[in-house]
Write a protein that binds this ligand. Sequence first.
Ligand code: DOR
Ligand code: ZN
Length: 450
Amino acid sequence: MRRRNASGDRDTRESRSDMEVQGGELLLKGALLPGGRRADILIAAGKVIHVGAGTRAEEVVDCSGLLCLPGAVDMHVHMRGGGQAHKEDWRTGSMSALAGGVTTVVDQPNTLPPLTTEDLFSARVREAAAACLCNFGVNAAVTPAADIEGMWKAGALAFGETFAAPSSYGDAVGMGDLRILMGRIAALGAPMTVHAEESLPGVDATLAAHDALRPAHGERKIVEEISRMRPQTLSLHFCHLSSAGSVDAARGSVEATPHHLFLSRERFAPTDARGKVNPPLRSDPERKRLWSRWDRIDVIASDHAPHALAEKAGEFSAAPSGIPGVETMMPLLLAEVYRGTVTLASLLAKTVHAPARILGIEAPGFSKGCRADFALYPKEASSIRGDLLHSKAGWTPYEGMQAAFPVTVIAGGHLALQKGEYAGIRGAWLPGRGYICEGDVHVHADTAHL
Ligand code: DOR
Ligand code: ZN
């Protein structure tokens, strides 16, 4: 029998040494690991307790024919919920994440209202803890009035995305304020993430106009400006850079998204707002140049920004920007690995290890004592079908593209998703390094990394 506490969470208090003698809770039998080695992975209390052969467990998963990868850390996800629950909520967003092999999501603070106070931040953590089926972190908003220091103590994982240009549900912070805020965040030793763009006046009646009004060269200019004024001690991360020039200019860690790598604006009809996102989708040659910077890109994150089809269907200039993508990120990229475009090691560096390092959380892995978050993938890709995805958005711009979706996902050491069935167990909250527990946030915090 598996042991769970009253709220349905794993009981992490049970004796680990007892587990080691008796066997584990879960055994991944014959798992093919990223380096090509085949091994049995024994798991108990959310951790890997043995990698090798000859062990037994309460639950055994036959992994033959499947590739076992560490669960991805998607450090840029808009989980919505609250007043935006018609677009997505923590349950559907986390179902979508798990179905795409993402076992940790990092929520962005441009909620309604944005997360600018300790109380709003803690309420957000409670909302997530009640419904999220994967591990999660919550970022804090960066505005001149935000209680930066208070939210760091309340457990913010990072600060941002910080809007250097306005975007859906995000007001721009001016450069003067940004400089001051960078200093405050640097003094805390906290990571800061920035949405760097230039937004010019005008009406964006088409995807081409949207691209022209938020141009790639403008993004580069703002990236350069922020790179120049950053305090050297600040852990600075550039979100979703959409052009090779911006990647080259960045002095900080660099993130790119699947939509800027896989989609160009030419793929959509000129006024199809499903392709509207900030920063905009670029031309196909620009998209290809972004691929050429693969080695310089530190992190791939989805910028999962679900909006309902009805919201996208109205007048183009009024439609919200954003593309859903947490579920398709790893599957699309793994298909590229199978095609030989990129290496598996580079994919894992960008989707597991770099985001964990930047955020100061523990990455899952295949050694004794590692976090047991894994996804088991078939060795062949298939076509993406929007009707099989789990986001409330209900649409995908990747329809028909090749992707490899995991068949089984392990989060926090338990079978979170197997053959389309969700176990329904809530994920762990990953607070940031500044977290001081004052007893006001009653959630199951995973403090393994503190
Ligand atoms: O396209 C975008 N959508 N870019 C952002 O920066 C925000 C996001 C959203 O929250 O919808
Ligand atoms: Zn953004």
